[in-house]
Design a protein around this ligand. Structure first.
Ligand SMILES: [Zn+2]
Length: 141
């Protein structure tokens, strides 16, 4: 389980664009990649709840994405979602529904003009911040 998330600037932009496109609702998705934490693929997904304050991945879409990650030999690195109206920190709901202790949770806040983002590991409701490393665009988004 990598302690940090390694993203290209283009991948981060893809995530922020997905978050912006879904405003005022929360957006969500999955980041898959290598065991060393480098993201190879960004899956922008639907928030099945279409809520402004929480998200739930569509179970069928989630199954398809997990299947694709496995077929491509990638790891689930992070689950991301946006907070259109609050800061980039896990809500009580986020902590409660963090079912993947091996995954990081990336949260993008759009409450200010400049998007803010932080990654966390959430295990049994306990939150620890993880490092995000933005690397050169060597990997296509
Ligand atoms: Zn949240």
């Amino acid at each position: 389980m990598p302690g940090r998330l390694r993203l290209s600037a283009a991948q981060l932009e893809t995530i922020i664009e997905h978050a912006r496109a879904n405003q005022p609702e929360e957006a969500c998705g999955i980041l898959a990649g290598d065991a060393d934490g480098r993201v190879r693929q960004v899956f922008a997904m639907e928030n099945a709840e279409h809520s402004r304050t929480f998200y739930m991945m569509d179970s069928r879409e989630q199954f398809q994405v997990f299947d694709q990650i496995e077929r491509e030999g990638l790891d689930l690195l992070a689950i991301f979602h946006s907070h259109p109206h609050s800061e980039a920190y896990p809500s009580a709901h986020d902590r409660e529904l963090a079912y993947y202790p091996d995954s990081l949770y990336l949260i993008i806040s759009l409450m200010n003009a400049k998007p803010d983002y932080h990654a966390f590991r959430i295990v049994d409701g306990a939150v620890a911040e993880a490092e995000i490393v933005i690397e050169d665009d060597v990997v296509p988004a």
